[in-house]
Design a binder for this molecule. Structure first.
Ligand SMILES: [Zn+2]
Length: 241
């Protein structure tokens, strides 16, 4: 999105967005998002190393801790496990995730969890690390009703994005089982564009389509859906109104 960021920001503001929380995937991206500033659209950076970006050699944990401790960093992530892209560094992914969990507990900041073909291991590891202090987002949630309940029981909110608008998305049938105050909206940009933008590069303005779909499922107005999910996100990341 960096190449045409001013236009992306204009469209986001037009869509009604005011705050964007941005997870990092590595130290370079972290530096990039931490440098973002705009007079109207508020950017909030997170510190983390994505499971697909964990190094084979030991992670620079002190560097991650130093970033995570900064007051302007609103969350720890994205972290988690991903066995879809590669199973070569599973031990490194798990070690990295445990560091992120500890940093989240110690900093009191929310954890952003990525999960791809790794659900059982992720549950086991988060259950071990959960001492009552871990909370955050089970990001890009696309699982079953039971998986959603388990993520909620583990202390996490469910992050919903473009998949919610897909016809094969099962979540339509049980979304009403999840408390409304445990749902946040996200993009996963540049991936997973919602209908009617499917196939295009995803960007923040498209979140409106996800909110519209959620308001249909919740049988409430778009304004009310926006109010609830915005309040959830602001509470989670401790953002000023
Ligand atoms: Zn992810």
């Amino acid at each position: 999105l960096a190449a045409d960021l001013p236009a992306v920001i204009d469209r986001a503001l037009e869509a009604g967005l005011r705050d964007i929380a941005l997870p990092a995937i590595d130290f370079d991206s972290l530096q990039g998002i931490a440098a973002l500033h705009h007079p109207t659209l508020r950017f909030h950076a997170m510190a983390g190393i994505h499971p697909c970006d964990v190094p084979a050699e030991p992670l620079d944990v002190p560097r991650l801790e130093a970033w995570a401790a900064l007051p302007q960093i609103v969350g720890i992530g994205e972290t988690g496990l991903d066995y879809y892209w590669s199973k070569d560094l599973i031990e490194q992914q798990k070690t990295s995730l445990r560091h992120h969990c500890r940093i989240a507990r110690e900093s009191g900041k929310p954890l952003i969890l990525h999960n791809r073909e790794s659900t059982t291991d992720l549950w086991d590891l988060i259950s071990e690390e959960q001492d009552g202090r871990l909370f955050g987002v089970w990001h890009c949630f696309t699982g079953t009703l039971d998986e959603g309940k388990r993520a909620l029981d583990l202390g996490f909110m469910l992050g919903l994005g473009g998949v919610l608008t897909y016809k094969n998305g099962l979540i339509d049938t049980y979304i009403h089982e999840f408390p409304k105050d445990r749902i946040v909206l996200e993009t996963d940009a540049p991936f997973l564009s919602p209908v009617p933008h499917r196939g295009q590069r995803n960007e923040p303005a498209f979140m409106l389509s996800v909110a519209e779909k959620l308001s249909v499922l919740w049988n409430t107005s778009l304004d009310e859906t926006a109010r609830i999910t915005t309040a959830n996100a602001r509470r989670l990341f401790r953002l000023a109104p």
